[in-house]
Design a protein around this ligand. Structure first.
Ligand code: ADP
Ligand code: ASP
Ligand code: MG
Length: 446
């Protein structure tokens, strides 16, 4: 069997949904499971709804809700003939009514929690899959729609929930029975706790849903259908001459995703590694292009691609008590653990530690706790740039070339040698584009 995941742009209108179904139909003999995202832009709108309702701005939340309603009905009308339209509209209406009641309730209570956020964000995938399912039926495809919340079970870490592997695998295997000629359809991104509370796997998490399902069903491959020709040497939105990579190893793909290459969610590769399932990234708008194969074998050494993350915060802790003391770093990391915040890069000297954070939602509390063990300063507006490739720093001239190219750019922090597939450094946000383009020209353009 195979899993095919279609991202937001790949299902954003009637034409794209038809394209996605063309691609799925051509592989029906491979017993496919389709995992679909919300139509592009919808999850962002739902986020605005959750925030506005939580602040008691019911009118604003409802006006955004109307846009969502209107967009789904209009796609349904473009997509379906008179025989199938009423059934689809009825299902959309049922789901939309539920969303409307949630908006009303949250607005009255002025309630915003991570839990209510997940409940609201889940509607994008629930709505898009209804459209896809009805169009599949209309095209005569033997299709079945499964609510992902019945098959992916997570902990209650709302907005970033972690799947409970065993129970999830059992549920997937007991509900989805892949067969030739049949298209199973389910939602990416959304899941539920054992108590049936709706959770999400984090923004961009549909890729992760695909490999979770692929791993439970021992898929022969997982296909990620998106809007670019596979994984490229850099984000083509920033570097216009970025090229597609034919193959890349699990380790490299994982590192790229972790350090900001949005094309796959950072957790996507882990389930694939366990079962050695190849993950193929392809372009819905250009299905003939081979895309990128992410595989277990290590490919040749050298820099493959550049990833970056902007809006990074640096925290520095200076304490003379650190001098020759042991247990100091443990105390620092306990604070991050307490606030469930992960640190990306770290650099230490005798009396100071600097770290980068992506998620600053608990920054105030973290700062307060860290102040008890040292003098804390915070610098915002930074970016991490990562050169990714097996043995990236083993070639002696790589490092000298990097520093030579960036001689006018104030490099704030460097992480070298922590992993042999990654050389990362921190620069100010305003130097990001220049840094990335320069390094791409030097290392990745022939
Ligand atoms: P989807 O909606 O299909 O999940 P995303 O927007 O999440 O799509 O991811 C695809 C986008 O990732 C591309 O349009 C591209 O701008 C961005 N991207 C960032 N880094 C890379 C990279 N190295 N290779 C390809 N795309 C990248
Ligand atoms: N719809 C979700 C998001 O926009 C999940 C995804 O597209 O992967 O984050
Ligand atoms: Mg995505």
């Amino acid at each position: 069997m195979i899993v095919m995941k279609f991202g937001g742009t790949s299902v954003k209108n009637a034409e794209r949904i038809n394209n996605a179904l063309d691609i799925a139909s051509s592989q029906l003999h491979r017993s496919p499971v389709m995992v679909a995202s919300a139509m592009s832009g919808i999850t962002d709108k739902l986020q605005l709804i959750a925030t506005n309702a939580g602040n008691g701005n019911e009118a604003e939340a409802i006006s955004i809700y109307r846009e969502i309603e209107e967009r789904h009905f209009s796609v349904a009308e473009d997509l379906l003939g008179s025989d199938n339209l009423p059934g689809c509209k009825y299902q959309l209406e049922t789901i939309l009514e539920e969303l409307l009641s949630i908006i009303r309730g949250l607005s009255i209570l002025k309630e915003w929690t991570k839990r209510t956020n997940d409940a609201v964000l889940s509607f994008g995938e629930r709505l898009s899959t209804v459209l896809i399912y009805h169009r599949a039926l209309e095209r005569g495809i033997n299709a079945e729609l499964v609510d992902a919340r019945k098959i992916i079970v997570t902990d209650d870490h709302f907005t970033q929930a972690h799947p409970l592997n065993e129970i999830t695998a059992e549920r997937i295997r007991s509900i989805i029975k892949p067969e030739k000629g049949k298209l199973w359809i389910t939602q990416g991104f959304i899941a539920s706790t054992e108590d049936n509370l709706t959770t999400t796997l984090g923004r961009g998490g549909s890729d992760y849903s695909a490999t979770i399902i692929g791993s439970a069903l021992k898929a022969e491959e997982v296909q990620i259908w998106t809007d670019v020709n596979g994984i490229m040497t850099c984000d083509p939105r920033i570097v216009t001459n970025a090229k597609s990579l034919e193959t890349i190893s699990y380790r490299e793909a994982q590192e790229l995703a972790y350090f900001g290459a949005k094309v796959i969610h950072p957790s996507t590769i882990q389930p694939a590694i366990e079962m050695e399932i190849p993950v193929i990234v392809k372009n819905t708008g250009n299905p003939e292009h081979p895309g990128t194969r992410i595989v277990s074998e290590e490919t040749e050494a050298g820099i493959k691609a550049i990833a970056f993350k902007s809006g990074i915060t640096l925290i520095n802790i200076v304490s003379s008590r650190m001098l020759l003391a042991y247990g100091f770093l443990r105390r620092i990391f306990e604070i991050f653990e307490k606030h469930r915040t992960s640190v990306d890069l770290i650099s230490t000297s005798e009396v100071s530690v600097s770290m980068t954070l992506d998620d600053t939602s608990n920054l105030d509390e973290i700062e307060k706790d860290l102040s008890k063990i040292g003098r804390v300063s915070i610098e915002t507006g930074n970016s991490i740039v990562s050169l990714v490739g097996i043995g990236v720093w083993r070639k002696p001239d790589t490092i000298s070339k990097v520093f030579l190219q960036l001689e006018e750019i104030p490099i704030r922090m460097v992480s070298l040698g922590a992993s042999d597939v990654n050389l990362s450094f921190v620069v100010p946000d305003e130097s990001l584009e220049r840094t990335v383009t320069k390094l791409h020209d030097v290392f990745l353009v022939d």
